[in-house]
Each structure stands twice: as structure tokens, then as C-alpha cells.
Design a protein. Sequence first.
Length: 359
Amino acid sequence: MPRPVRNVLLVEDQEATVGTWHADIQEFNVEEGRPFEIRLHVATHFEGARELVRDQHIDAAIVDLRVPDHAGGPPSQQAGNDTLKSLLETMPGPIAVFSGLPGEANEIVADTPIKVCPKEAGRQYEILDWLCDHADLMSALTEALRDIRRETSRVFVSLIWRRWERVQQQHLDGEVLRQIVRRQIAAHIAEQLSVNSAPAYHAYEFYWDPPLRGRLHTGDLLSLNDQVFVILTPQCDMVREYPDQILLAQCDLIPRWPEMRVEERTRYARQNLAQSAHFLPPCGVRGPWIVNFKFLRTLGGADAEAIVRSRFASITPQFMPHLTQRFSAFIGRVGQPELDTVTLAPPPPAGPAAPAALR
């Protein structure tokens, strides 16, 4: 069976270095045991890199930090970092920095898994080995993008196209209409892939990690004084202005989780718990937790912006309703007052039977 081919973008303006990469990749492609072959695409400046990513499917990228902004321009640190930023925004795949001045990499690199490697003899193989470590990731991304494109086509033909013709007649602003269609396609694809997906959800699908929203929202996880809390304040009270008090529930770590049998973990995962508790799966190296509705606290809404940095994840929309519904059931339960059965008056004795004429 032939190995898959991965398109790798090299952003490098030095001809000798480009020649070395071509030679090393030619050798790489004939080595047995490599999980894929590499097709190299070379851009000698920032504009060329943007054009290649726009016109080609790129699986991974290797970037020098000192490249020109455009053809014939002087190499600059800014152009290299602009290339990195553009790739992070437009190309889903592993990115490596291969530079004589790796310290010039923008601070955005620190918040990403980008590999930074000094431009030294022989270090190309280190990057090639690193790309092989991400072979499964690149394969998964390729398949995911193919599935999304196929679902986009199906949704467009069966749903969007006909409705677009009707909605256009309402003379909506073109940009507004494009955003509506984009959102509708994304929602349909997410629902379709969720409904028809064979595997159960993985724990990491439970969270946005890191969070996507700038503001605090319902379902955000906060780490405050070494204790984890989840926000329970209803979403409608969090969108525009924070309320005077934000409601939090304490999240207690589950002991012995690594040693638990599958049956025990399943009991937690299926929420077979007391009404006062809700299971949250692991989030990276943290957790898992039991949300304890019996331990609630509040934070002043005026302090919300200051504690945003204590937020480390957010529960995703498909799992959020289960938490709020369970909390609602807990907080809305009604306990009937106890009746003293000893002092309850006995029922009155049965009287004589009524005459047949009155029955």
C-alpha cells in the first residue's frame, strides 16, 4: 500500500538552505518506515506563503523568521512573524520554526505547540522526525477536512441553495447574508457529524480548552486558590453585563480515578449520581471532578474581568444543558413537611347505609 503524501510548506529565502531541504526530503522519502512522503512547496517571502496556503492544501509548515515581506524585499523579523501568524490563522497543521535567530519568534509561539529549532547543520532531521510524530494528527485533519467538505456540499445542495434563492429576495445586506449562511452551514455540519458519528465522545470534546470567548460565561471552569469552580449563573445574565453576584459551584476531585475499574468510571460518565452532584471528565491533566451543588459561593460581578485569567476551560454547548438541567432539578426539588402520623385524626366511622331509594 503506498504511503500518503503530505504537502509541507517551506518558507525560506536562502537558496542554499532550500537546496539542503530538497536533498534531505529526497532522502526522507526513500527511507523505509517513514509514515508518509513529503511534497515540498517553497515560498521565498511572506506573500508567496499566503498564496500557497490559499491555493494548495498544506499539511505542515517550516518557517524561517528572517524572510522578505514580498519578492525583492529585504528579509525582516516582522515578515517572518507575520508569516507565522497568518499560518496559525489559515492552516490547520503542525508548524516548525527553523531559524538562525529562534529567539525572535513572536510571543504567540509560547501559547502554541509550534516547534522552535535553531538553524544548525543536521537539525533538519530533528524537524522531520517531529513531523513524523504528528503523522496521525495530519491524517486526522485531512480526513476531517474531507468530511467537512463533503457535508458542506450535501448541506448546500439539500438545504442552503434553495433557501438562498428565497432569502436573497428579502434584499439583505450581502455580508450579513454570507455570515448567516456560514453559521448555518457550520451548525448543520456539526449536528450531522455528531448524529452520525460512530464513536462515543472523547473527554477532550467536553471542553473548549483554552476558552473561545473573551467574557466569562456559564460553564466556565475557574481555578481559585487551588480549588476548581464552575459558573452556574444563567447565560442570559452573563452576555451583556455581569450580574451583581456570579454563582459558582465547587468541583471536587475524584480520588483514585487512575486505578478505577471501567465499571466504576462508567457509573460516573453516565451521571448515575446523587441529584446533588454532576460528573465532569478530565480536562488535560486536571480532573475529573464532581460538581457539588451543595457547596455554592458567589463572586462579585465587578470582579469578573479580574478573574477571567483564572479560567482554564469552558464546557462545550452540547454538554452544557446537562449540567444546568441537573442543577435546576436539584435547586427546584420540593420537600414535603413531615406529618405526625400519631396525631392524625382517624377517619370518621361509617354511618348506616342509605335507603335504597336515595342511592
